[in-house]
Design a protein around this ligand. Structure first.
Ligand code: C2E
Ligand code: MG
Ligand code: MG
Ligand code: MG
Length: 284
């Protein structure tokens, strides 16, 4: 296993992680081996109500526990997993791990909140996400309201008919759909409404602009107003400061996620978060 910080939690490998991965070929072999040896864990990052601090959901974020280097960020291997197709296996594994974890928390008597999982473009294009979700929800006897799916705008740019069919099939299960990293792609809000997306997660690039300029704030305000007018709710990603949270509250943003509220954490840390229920005191 990787290095621990003494509290039994893994730490990220400090130096440039690109050096771990000396060549693309080597990374592909290592990834395949990692899948076979099950060297992946899910971390969870809470998403909270912007006004009450109540934990609404937790995003599952995959990490590779590298035998020599400890925790490896998904930014280091998801792109390669995408180009090699290994993302199909990793994606299904994430789905299964998330469902198994929800089942464990439920069995332990915790008041669980929904878990959202990230679905990559290649995985989505296969048109099998809805079937896989159905399998794991059924296997672990989990209500579909406890699972949410995050998809980027670019993943929805494929053949309109197929995209609509897959999104419809996921929604028909009762699983909510989130647009991840909104603002980094080229989709319009009206397109996303036609696709019946439930939630817009605004990319952290826009959150980080909030305190810096009037424009940043005006831009975010426009997204919130339009999303609300179209019946979608808004989550700000990457909230790092009290100032940003304050501005987001003034703008009417529904939910927030970011280091200011909570960092992604191992599953073992989640029961106390769920028991605590709120990550900050009510401001309204
Ligand atoms: P994402 O889905 O947009 O997830 C948010 C990323 O931002 C996470 O990085 C999270 O740790 C980070 N983050 C959260 N709050 C803050 C903040 O306040 N400041 C900053 N600077 N960063 C923050 P992470 O865990 O490294 O994941 C990176 C990306 O990798 C994710 O972006 C997602 O696109 C992808 N990813 C993670 N897990 C999976 C997975 O299971 N499947 C797929 N297909 N992609 C995944
Ligand atoms: Mg996400
Ligand atoms: Mg995101
Ligand atoms: Mg993002």
């Amino acid at each position: 296993a990787g290095k621990t910080d003494g509290k039994g939690q893994y730490r990220y490998f400090e130096a440039s992680q690109s050096r771990i991965i000396q060549s693309r070929l080597q990374l592909k072999h290592r990834l395949l081996e990692a899948i076979e040896l099950d060297q992946f864990v899910l971390y969870y990052q809470p998403r909270v109500d912007a006004y009450t601090g109540k934990v609404c959901s937790m995003e599952a974020l995959v990490r590779w526990i590298h035998p020599q280097h400890g925790l490896v960020s998904p930014l280091e291997f998801i792109p390669m997993a995408e180009t090699t197709g290994l993302i199909l296996r990793i994606g299904e594994m994430v789905m299964e791990k998330a469902c198994r974890q929800i089942d464990e928390w439920r069995s332990a008597g915790l008041a669980v909140v929904p878990v959202s999982i990230n679905v990559s473009p290649k995985q989505f294009a296969r048109g099998e996400v809805h079937r896989q979700l159905a399998v794991y929800l059924d296997r672990y006897a989990i209500p579909s309201s406890l699972l949410e799916v995050e998809i980027t705008e670019s993943a929805m740019m494929g053949e309109q008919e197929e995209v609509l069919a897959e999104l419809g099939a996921i929604r028909a299960l009762g699983v909510k759909l989130h647009v991840d990293d909104f603002g980094t792609g080229y989709s319009s809000l009206s397109q996303l409404q036609k696709l019946k997306m439930d939630v817009l997660k605004v990319d952290r690039a826009f959150t980080s602009e909030l305190g810096n300029s009037r424009e940043g704030r005006v831009f975010f305000q426009a997204i919130v107003s339009m999303a609300h007018a179209l019946g979608m709710s808004v989550v700000a990603e990457g909230v790092e400061t009290a100032e940003q949270l304050g501005i987001l509250q003034e703008l009417g943003c529904n939910e927030v996620q970011g280091y200011y509220l909570a960092r992604p954490m191992p599953a073992a840390a989640i029961p106390s978060v769920l028991t605590q229920g709120n990550l900050f005191a009510t401001t309204r």
